[in-house]
Design a protein around this ligand. Structure first.
Ligand code: NAD
Length: 289
């Protein structure tokens, strides 16, 4: 297929490369020259604007920083420039309202469109093992599954337009809560004379088990290997977790959902970010305790 790919950053770079590796003709665009050079090396054709890249595309995939940029790029360079038969797939993590607004505009122009945010970080983007949570009609989902396949471990339809973004923000609010809980439990064990490795051995086989404890233990040298063992380098940045928590809090405010723990998690990640941990893996919340 001829696939246009917009946004070749930490995530999009590897994703576009996997589409090219799968034999698709990938037309890539990013504002960054370096990102374009890497995409070229990975077998993509590169363009000087999104508008040029989407010409004649059968599908357009975007992986951009935020909702404002997604809205602007689709409004100015995608809708009305890609053929109306092109399937549009936005994989960025953005607010539900903007996702639905862009999808409404796409539909009005005759496009099938899905929101398809991902779980899994840069390693999963490079390795083609992302989990996609997809919102859109059944027909659009069926078309999207084919395009997303080479980048995915799983492609799951969450529901109608925007449902992918809802799944993503709920998942990451839960992740933030169990990461903070895990860090606090390990610290409490330590402060009360229980060896943290022993606590890991017990709780990872007890009702305290969760991904943050069992698979991503946020303390160097304790439990499963994680970015903590590497000074919290790489992994999923505190700043990105904070972005996702703010999206969740915004949605909670709009919908009147009671999310006391999520709100506290957002406050704690705001403090971690202000303390200079924004660029470090989100397990570094342990360092603030
Ligand atoms: P990034 O900043 O590395 O990449 C974004 C890219 O978009 C950059 O290369 C930038 O130059 C480009 N860009 C910005 N404005 C543009 C425009 N108008 N036209 C074309 N290109 C433009 O970010 P990332 O880590 O790749 O994240 C992308 C999205 O994926 C975000 O929405 C993020 O929340 C989500 N996400 C990230 C991770 C992660 O671990 N990094 C995990 C899951 C989801």
């Amino acid at each position: 297929m001829k696939i246009a790919f917009i946004g070749l950053g930490n995530m999009g770079g590897g994703m576009a490369a996997n589409l090219a590796r799968a034999g698709h003709e990938v037309s890539a665009f990013d504002l960054s020259e370096d990102a374009l050079a890497r995409a070229k090396e990975a077998g993509c054709a590169t363009f000087t604007s999104a508008r040029e890249a989407v010409k004649g595309a059968e599908a357009v995939v975007s992986m951009l920083p935020n909702g404002k940029i997604v809205d602007a790029v689709y409004d100015s360079d995608v809708i009305g420039h890609a053929p109306s038969s092109a399937l549009l797939i936005d994989c960025s993590t953005i607010d539900v309202a903007t996702a639905r607004k862009v999808m409404d505009a796409a539909k009005a122009a005759g496009h099938d469109m899905v929101d398809a945010p991902v779980s899994g970080g840069i390693a999963a983007a490079n390795g083609g093992t992302l989990t996609f949570m997809v919102g859109g009609s059944e027909e659009a989902f069926a078309r999207a599954e084919v395009v997303l396949g080479p980048m995915a471990k799983a492609v799951i339809r969450a529901g109608e337009a925007g449902a992918g973004q809802v799944a993503k923000m709920c998942n990451n609010m839960l992740l933030a809560c169990h990461m903070i809980g895990t860090a606090e439990a390990l610290k409490l064990a330590d402060r009360n004379g229980l060896d943290m490795e022993k606590f890991y051995e017990i709780s990872s086989k007890s009702t305290g088990y969760c991904w943050s404890l069992n698979d991503y233990t946020p303390v160097a040298g304790v439990g499963a290997s994680s970015p903590a063992d590497n000074g919290y380098a790489g992994g999923f940045a505190t700043a990105l977790m904070l972005k996702d928590l703010r999206l969740a809090m915004d949605a909670a405010d709009r919908s009147g959902a009671k999310v006391d723990l999520g709100r506290k998690a957002c406050e704690l990640y705001e403090a971690a970010d202000a303390a200079g941990l924004g660029g470090k893996d989100f397990g570094s919340i342990f360092e603030t305790l």
